[in-house]
Design a protein around this ligand. Sequence first.
Ligand SMILES: C[S@@+](CC[C@H](N)C(=O)[O-])C[C@H]1O[C@@H](n2cnc3c(N)ncnc32)[C@H](O)[C@@H]1O
Length: 210
Amino acid sequence: MLHEHRLFLREYARHFHTTGSLVPSSRWLAAALASYVVPGQQPLRIVEVGPGTGAVTRALARRLGPHDQLDLVELNPRFAEHLRECLTRDPVLRPIADRTRVIQAAVQELPQDRQYHLVISGLPLNNFAAELVEQLLNSLAGLLRPGGTLSFFQYVAIRKLRALAGGRADRARLRAIGMLLQRTLQAHEVRRDLVLRNLPPAWVHHLRFD
Ligand SMILES: C[S@@+](CC[C@H](N)C(=O)[O-])C[C@H]1O[C@@H](n2cnc3c(N)ncnc32)[C@H](O)[C@@H]1O
């Protein structure tokens, strides 16, 4: 765990833009993100986007059924390598290694083939240009099968706090992201969970697009 925190911090220093936080998600945030993974009549295809060091992946692993399949799409090659290693030796991840693929790629470069029942995203949307956020949301929605669910989180009040500290251009960027997310949530949100036991506290949003 200490090793993972160190890796996370190092990658934050190297790529703070795409890493987006100083520490991995708490187990409570991970559980909220994984809450739509429930055993059903048919096997689930799940993709986690931005798994980082695997904090949420472990919550998914604990809920994964014997015929479910999990893809992990991670941009950062060091995180991708770490996840591949964990799948060989981590006591929680090793049992799902035969049903899990690590895909080192940017999610927006994946084919939009609507193959997943669940898309779980850890992307730090507030760090990106508003145009990229729109592209990312479209990409995440484009991975979902009809009736599928997208779950993602954002830290509570983070845009307001960052706008206080940022310059004029950053405030405009954050305002544009806020409006885009508000429109998207108004149209598609089916549930939201407040997770206080995380640093910082976070909202988990669950969305359906049809
Ligand atoms: C805030 S971290 C979340 C890590 C982990 N899910 C957690 O909650 O602890 C964001 C992760 O998204 C990855 N990432 C950023 N942009 C990405 C993209 N376009 N496609 C795939 N992964 C991306 C980063 O490398 C990083 O691992």
